[in-house]
Write a protein that binds this ligand. Structure first.
Ligand code: GTP
Ligand code: MG
Length: 313
């Protein structure tokens, strides 16, 4: 199945709940307080979140007034366009891919960090970049092996620590190896769980310090991986990681399952961190750069394809 089709079917639950009801609201003949109330409720239910919803509604009220939008349908199309704009990434969001960079991949356990690193490594290798992956998840015994499999599959070099080794020392070793081997992109896999959350966060901060100290001239990227099926929890996780470290991008995985599709919008508007990649499955090609246009098309199918909104019937 093509990437878009997986995304489209993964978001079907959200779309059914959101899009069908939106169609009813946008089909009304006037814009009034009921219209805004109902729209607000629908957006919040789809996991777009209170803050993002509030921003969207405020924007719509302003644009209705200043741009003299009179028809609910026109305002609906306007809303979708706005969301697409909010979600659009810039080219510079991916500039690290073309430089010498260190990418720290963080997130709670089970969200898909190791798998995502494997997919990224494969894709960068296929584009001719020299890639190294570092297994700084020394907490879980199987973690190193799992990354080793991906390294083998992608052809990326692997630096692994021993079980229980200080993760920061693995990072240290990986950086010196990456520098001596002229590696382009170093991807660092981290543990999703330590004995407690405080340790996890402290460990991350320490790894960041090592990267800054040992490889100051590199382009530094911290990507947080979030499971798209966990809705508002994912937002909360992103918030917590953002408190302790500069997160430069978000990766939302598992958008092929019964994902709560609005969560990407919530994260972008509440935390102002761009969603850079999305995952829609376990295969190498099931990770792609986030495409705001496709995402919006998958989520608001009826609003976007008003004339031929029959794909789902
Ligand atoms: N359906 C689906 N499954 C995924 C996706 N990404 C990862 N997974 C699966 O999610 C499970 C957990 O993935 P891991 O990569 O091991 O997650 P992790 O964050 O490294 O987990 P820890 O190392 O325990 O913290 C695996 O079974 C993956 O195959 C995705 O986009 N879609
Ligand atoms: Mg892992």
């Amino acid at each position: 199945m093509a990437f878009f089709d997986k995304l489209f079917s993964g978001l079907s639950k959200t779309r059914k709940q959101l899009d069908d009801n939106l169609a009813e609201v946008f089909d009304r003949d006037r814009i009034d307080e009921d219209f805004y109330d109902d729209l607000e409720e629908l957006l919040i239910l789809s996991d777009i979140g209170v803050t993002a919803t509030q921003n969207i509604i405020d924007d719509l009220r302003r644009d209705e007034y200043y741009e003299h939008i009179r028809k609910p349908k026109a305002l609906g199309m306007h809303m979708v366009k706005k969301i697409e704009q909010i979600m659009s990434t810039c080219e510079s969001d991916y500039s690290f891919e073309e430089k010498k960079s260190v990418v720290l991949v963080v997130g709670v356990n089970g969200v898909g960090k190791t798998t995502t690193i494997g997919k990224l490594a494969s894709q960068y290798m296929a584009r001719g970049r020299k890639v190294m992956v570092a297994a700084a998840d020394t907490f879980r015994a199987a973690a190193q092996e799992q990354l080793a499999v991906w390294a083998e599959r992608s052809g990326a070099l692997l630096v692994a620590g021993s079980d229980g080794q200080d993760p920061s020392s693995v990072v240290y070793d990986a950086i010196s190896s990456a520098r001596s081997k002229d590696i382009d992109i170093l991807l660092i896999d981290t543990a999703g769980r330590l004995n407690n959350k405080k340790n996890l966060m402290e460990e991350l901060a320490k790894m960041k310090r090592i990267i800054d100290r040992e490889y100051p001239e590199s382009c530094k990227e911290t990507l947080i991986v979030l499971d798209g099926a966990t809705g508002q929890n994912a937002l909360e996780q992103a918030r917590q990681f953002k408190e302790v470290t500069d997160v430069s991008g978000v990766i939302i995985t598992k958008l092929d399952g019964s994902a709560k599709g609005g969560i990407a919008i919530a994260i972008q508007s509440e935390l102002q961190i761009p969603v850079k990649y999305i995952g829609v499955g376990e295969g190498i090609d099931d990770l792609q750069k986030f495409d705001a246009k496709e995402y919006v098309r998958a989520l608001f199918y009826k609003e976007v394809n008003d004339e031929d909104g029959d794909k789902e019937q």
